[in-house]
Write a protein that binds this ligand. Structure first.
Ligand code: SUG
Length: 451
């Protein structure tokens, strides 16, 4: 590819908008923040505005920023599928009294964590030179299993142009093909427009395999990662499959992006990220066209508890035009002394491209175990592909203003667990999302069931 071709390629971060039912239900087993904050009162308005502010400040700093809509919640259709009947109010009331855990699940705003929306392969790595998408089945938990259908519709609505974009079916939603999307997938390359090597990190093997976590579930299987790579036409020379360290999963690292982040040639990771650290790095080095720049954080610098509580590795690592990189970390990193010291002494002062740290407050999401990197889906696009997008989904000043006003118009600033059965909340969400589809011009992506 020509130099001009490479430089026209940019990574676009598509952040998920925090939905109007954002709440703390303690639904995610193995996710320490979710498990410890279940039952707290949330502030959906603050959550959505925190997310929008993160997007805006990255846009202002010159990064390409996109936005993905939230999903319709409560998912009353899912409750009907489970046998609850009557009017919407009846369905909600019966679920609240007979199966409160199901009501909580169908109210989750978990689609905000778009790093789990799917896996993306950019066109420069695909045999047909198109961008490839596979929505993640998220079958590990009921509340997230409700996402993939609408996620697929949203991705197909935005990346509609068949000349540039190819969409694959969600993998079978069964434990053998348990798939959590881009959170367990990292593309390493020179510049974004150069060919990449795809690092797929899995927690267990469905067929065979020796070590597995014992305390918390492994959410990604090797078989799922291999299937996605096959769908996208990736060859052996382009892929590395590495097992996540089972002890890390047992310490609360439910996705690889809680313990490692890569960008361009840089792989920032904790010593406990991979079961076979040296083997993984060796294979990456052997397959990458550009030299790998590993940035290793040892256990003695950052304990597992600090890594999980601070979400240091759930940072966004962004490329700057001068070749340096900016690390976008959650505010929690400042609260842990060892983590903050590591950022200053080891990352910023170290011999690597990371030259700046930006701190972002995404506390509403963090209390459910979602940091800056969870909130975004990375899509590497050429100019032509960016121009082929459908809808008003690339952030501009005007779109930011519209979305902020929309949040202020529709969102509550307090949501307690008992509020989830309120039929008025369902109405409010529906009205908000109906307006949002018009604002984003993405067409009819929701099932919109009303009783
Ligand atoms: O799947 N939390 C999400 C957080 C996902 C974070 N994503 C990445 N690491 N990429 C999860 O565990 C909590 C919902 C609740 O408890 O209310 C939740 O689903």
């Amino acid at each position: 590819m020509s130099a001009a071709g490479i430089s026209s390629v940019r990574e676009v971060n598509f952040d998920g908008l925090v939905g109007p039912t954002h709440n703390y239900s303690g639904l995610a087993v193995g996710n320490v923040a979710s498990m410890s904050h279940g039952g707290l009162v949330s502030n959906p308005k603050e959550g959505a505005l925190q997310g929008l502010l993160k997007m805006k400040s990255l846009m202002d700093a010159g990064y390409a920023q996109g936005v993905l809509p939230p999903q319709q919640r409560p998912d009353i259709g899912a409750l009907r599928d489970l046998g609850f009947s009557g009017s919407n109010s009846d369905v909600l009331a019966r679920a609240a009294s007979e199966a409160p855990q199901l009501l909580r699940a169908v109210c989750s705003a978990s689609s905000m964590w778009t790093a789990n929306a799917g896996t993306i392969t950019p066109s420069m790595d695909a045999p047909d030179s198109r961008v490839h998408f596979t929505p993640a089945n998220l079958q590990s938990s009921f509340h997230r299993y409700l996402e993939p259908q609408t996620t697929g519709r949203v991705l197909q609505a935005i990346f509609r142009d068949e000349q540039h974009f190819a969409h694959h079916p969600v993998l079978p939603a069964t434990p053998a093909f348990s798939d959590e999307g881009a959170a367990n997938h990292t593309r390493l390359c020179g510049e974004h427009g150069e060919p990449g090597v795809h690092l797929f990190v899995y927690g267990r093997q469905a067929f065979g395999g020796e070590r597995e976590p014992t305390r918390f579930p492994a959410r990604q299987t090797l078989e799922a990662s291999q299937a996605v790579a096959r769908q996208h036409g990736l060859t052996q020379a382009q892929t590395v499959f590495a097992q996540q360290h089972p002890d890390a999963i047992d310490a609360g690292v439910f996705h690889n992006d809680v313990i490692a982040v890569g960008n361009g040639p840089v792989l920032l990771y904790h010593e406990m990220a991979f079961l076979d650290e040296e083997g993984t790095l060796d294979e990456l080095r052997a397959k990458m066209a550009s030299p790998l720049i590993p940035v290793r954080v040892p256990l003695e610098a950052v304990s597992m508890e600090d890594a999980v509580a601070s979400y240091l590795f759930n940072s966004q690592l962004l490329s700057n035009p001068d070749g340096t990189m900016t690390l976008v970390v959650p505010g929690e990193c400042q609260e842990r002394e060892a983590v903050w010291r590591t950022i200053q002494d080891h990352l910023l002062a170290g011999n690597n491209p990371i030259s700046e740290v930006i701190v972002k407050d995404v506390k509403q999401s963090m209390r459910n175990g979602g940091g800056p990197a969870c909130l975004r889906l990375r899509v590497v696009l050429t100019d032509a592909e960016r121009e082929a997008l459908t809808g008003r989904v690339l952030l501009t000043e005007a779109l930011y203003d519209d979305l902020t006003a929309w949040v202020n118009r529709h969102y509550r600033d307090l949501l307690a667990p008992d509020d989830l059965a309120d039929p008025q909340l369902a109405e409010e969400s529906l009205t908000a999302l109906d307006e949002l589809t018009q604002l984003l011009k993405v067409g009819p992506v929701y099932p919109f069931q009303l009783g």
